[in-house]
Design a protein around this ligand. Sequence first.
Ligand SMILES: CC[C@@H]1C(=O)N(C)c2cnc(-c3ccc[nH]3)nc2N1C1CCCC1
Length: 308
Amino acid sequence: NGSPTSETSKHHFHLELPAVIKDPKTGKSYQRGRLLGKGGFARCYELIDLETRQIYAGKIVPKARIAKPIQMEKMQREIHVHSLLKHPHVVGFHRHFDDDDNIYIILELCSRKSLVQMLKLRKTFTEPEVRYFMKQIIEGVRYLHSHCVLHRDLKLGNMFLTDDMGVKIGDFGLAAKLEFQGDRKRTMCGTPNYIAPEVLGKIGHSFEADVWALGCILFTMLVGKPPFETTSLKETYSRIKHNKYIIPEYLSPGAKSIITALLSSDPDERPPLEAILDHPFFTEGFIPDSLPTSSVTTAPTFPITKVL
Ligand SMILES: CC[C@@H]1C(=O)N(C)c2cnc(-c3ccc[nH]3)nc2N1C1CCCC1
């Protein structure tokens, strides 16, 4: 019979999503494709624009899940900040709309998911690959900062990978728009993954906290695990506060040097974004212009063009 038994009442009911999603204001319709996964309150699907046949990555957030005003404000801020951005290394924001049940955010599909999945397969990346990825990420973050946007949650899971091995920065759920250069954000709603010491110390954070996260990303790609990872969050925060991390001996002098600079406890000692690519780690090492797709699973060997 239709009445919910003890079994059914255990599962929260989510309205089964229709196969075709329609924007009530414009009539634009999308066919719902395969489930890509979950991100926060969102269920993410491939969405096919029925007019253009273009495929997108759609974030679908049930309004019931963001009932509290603070959650709705956060969602609207994510949409507002991301919708202003357009750069080769920032995930394309296509459009957004809502209906009675959900908010829909239509984003650029990045068919190779994120650097988390690739690092899981590879364990660690070679230095040329790290220079290749970091160069694109730094160019993307320079664009964000030049538009007074702090990402505040830069991590491998937010570095999306396109079919041709391009990197795109995504997920602006914790991003903030600064009113002016020199402005600082003192509060934080949500816990970023690679949180900087000054954010823990409540001094508030600005562009330098994103630079700290870049140091954590670079370290994690070279070493295979984050610099401050422990079993307990409290212990991790303590290590961050005391700048307690170990750079493995086998890393090159350039890698050790740039990691030490980026992970400086004092935000003023971290190199400004523009200066990072001038560091010997980048200038004295080979930076490939492209990566073979095989590098998703196997370390590439780069042809050393013979100096004739
Ligand atoms: C839509 C949310 C998020 C995202 O922000 N983008 C840009 C994205 C792009 N392509 C993909 C994607 C294409 C093929 C597999 N995933 N995924 C994206 N994600 C994933 C979905 C599940 C968790 C985060």
